[in-house]
Design a protein around this ligand. Structure first.
Ligand SMILES: O=C(CO)[C@@H](O)[C@H](O)[C@H](O)[C@H](O)COP(=O)(O)O
Ligand SMILES: [Zn+2]
Length: 196
């Protein structure tokens, strides 16, 4: 019974990945172009999300700043989920909804990219970060699921929306992680050429 349950999780995750390969290829390609244009013109990616998506923001920033699979120049990315002094001060003095938005207003410059992740598309602190990014003339790359929630309405035409066609947070997160690795791989390929 337990083993069957485990196998079903693998099957569901793999099925969703096959399905998402059809629908997400175009927006992921657009995200790669947006991030490449940003970092090659002196910009940076600011990444945010809650819970598992906070971990994804950090995972992504580590691969941009450190490396992904190949040696290449460092790429500018900052996860907005890591500084506990900033996070606790903003949540304590203002509101939890502001923890990312105030950092975006502090650090964001025109031409930077906000990588905004929410499986529901409804996290208020991610939504306010998107508004702040628009104020700063940044492009938003949004990773969502469940139809995109309120984030789908908040995005502009010039933004990129990668919406995983599923309802379950865990499955959506699994495709988000694959998407982030596709972005790292695509940016590296554009910078260094296709690997032989
Ligand atoms: O990782 C998980 C569940 O798989 C959780 O930590 C999850 O990320 C948290 O419940 C988040 O607060 C969910 O937020 P969101 O994806 O709806 O924006
Ligand atoms: Zn999770």
């Amino acid at each position: 019974m337990l083993e069957q349950r485990i196998q079903q999780q693998f099957i569901d995750s793999a099925d969703l990945k096959y399905q998402a390969a059809q629908t997400l290829t175009k927006p992921i390609s657009a995200a790669i172009q947006a991030m490449l244009a940003c970092v090659t013109s002196g910009g940076k990616v600011l990444a945010c999300g809650n819970g598992g998506s906070a971990a994804d923001a950090q995972h992504f920033s580590a691969e941009f700043v450190g490396r992904f699979e190949r040696e290449r120049p460092e790429l500018a990315a900052i996860s907005l989920t890591t500084d506990t002094s900033i996070l606790t001060a903003i949540a304590n003095d203002y509101h939890f909804d502001q923890i990312f938005a105030k950092q975006v207003r502090a650090l964001g410059q025109p031409g930077d990219v906000l990588l905004a992740m929410s499986t529901s598309g409804n996290s208020a602190n991610v939504l306010t970060a998107i508004e702040a990014a628009h104020e700063r003339e940044m492009t938003v790359v949004a990773l969502t699921g469940r139809g995109g929630g309120r984030m789908a309405q908040a995005l502009r035409e010039t933004d990129v929306h990668i919406c995983v066609p599923h309802e379950r947070t865990a499955r959506i997160q699994e495709v988000h992680l694959l998407t982030l690795h596709c972005i790292c791989d695509g940016v590296d390929a554009q910078l260094l050429g296709d690997q032989e």
